[in-house]
Design a protein around this ligand. Structure first.
Ligand code: SF4
Length: 230
């Protein structure tokens, strides 16, 4: 079975080791359990396990994603810190906008992402000097300028993107070659998986990110703010 080119893997491992050597224990991996993040869990568990792992439980994830979190905990033998939104912020937001407020306006959707994702992310990163993400340049236009290592001006941290050069096929070749667990929704045409109410399947030829917040006007950036520099 083929795998991602070995020099591609070696470059990613080298970057993870650098991040670990320079910043551990104040370096963490933000894992959302997408296909790229599964590759990174494998590389971190084998080569750089002083990088801590956390995930954001927005409270609105797919059942398949929750099942995968526990499968990964068993498979990779890594502690995974699960961050939750502030309960009173969620209660206030839902009281004012309803449980599905994100369908009403772009501002409401951004508010929900801020409460359910950005708040917990800021808390997870509060003790960190650097973080690791699974973003790839090919995933979206908004990610085209990203580098393997860069300054994250939003959070004031060094940011490492070890898979930035990887193609989608290389990610899947790696997962299959190493028989890694992954989200079964990927087999149902969900290339990018976020919260259940805000993610849908795409059809052949569609932009992989077009399944996220699909109801929003053309021109709105299909990002939740986690990987946008201010
Ligand atoms: S993706 Fe949707 S449900 Fe999840 S935090 Fe953002 S708006 Fe809320």
């Amino acid at each position: 079975m083929s795998s991602a080119p070995s020099d591609r893997v070696a470059q990613s491992v080298a970057l993870l080791r650098q991040a670990e050597a320079r910043f551990a224990p104040r370096v963490c991996f933000a894992c959302s359990f997408g296909a790229e993040d599964i590759v990174l869990l494998d590389l971190i568990s084998k080569h750089a396990d002083k990088i801590s792992v956390f995930t954001l439980d927005t409270g609105r994830l797919f059942p398949e994603t929750y099942a995968l979190i526990d499968r990964c905990r068993d498979h990779f033998k890594l502690p995974i810190r699960v961050m939750f939104p502030d309960a009173s912020e969620v209660e206030t937001m839902v009281a004012e906008g309803g449980v599905n407020l994100f369908y009403h306006s772009l501002a409401a959707r951004k508010r929900c992402c801020a409460v359910r994702k950005l708040g917990p992310l800021r808390r997870a990163l509060a003790d960190a000097d650097a973080w690791v993400t699974g973003v790839r340049r090919q995933q979206a236009e908004s990610r085209a300028e990203m580098e393997a290592e860069e300054e994250d001006t939003t959070f004031g941290l060094r940011k490492f993107n070890p898979l930035i050069e990887w193609a989608e096929e290389e990610v899947w070749d790696y997962i299959r070659a190493h028989d890694l667990p992954y989200n079964p929704l990927h087999d149902k045409f969900f290339p990018s998986i976020g919260c259940a109410p805000c993610t849908r399947a795409v059809t052949v030829g569609e932009d992989p990110r077009s399944g996220r917040w699909w109801w929003e006007q053309e021109g709105a950036v299909a990002e939740c703010g986690l990987h946008l520099s201010e």
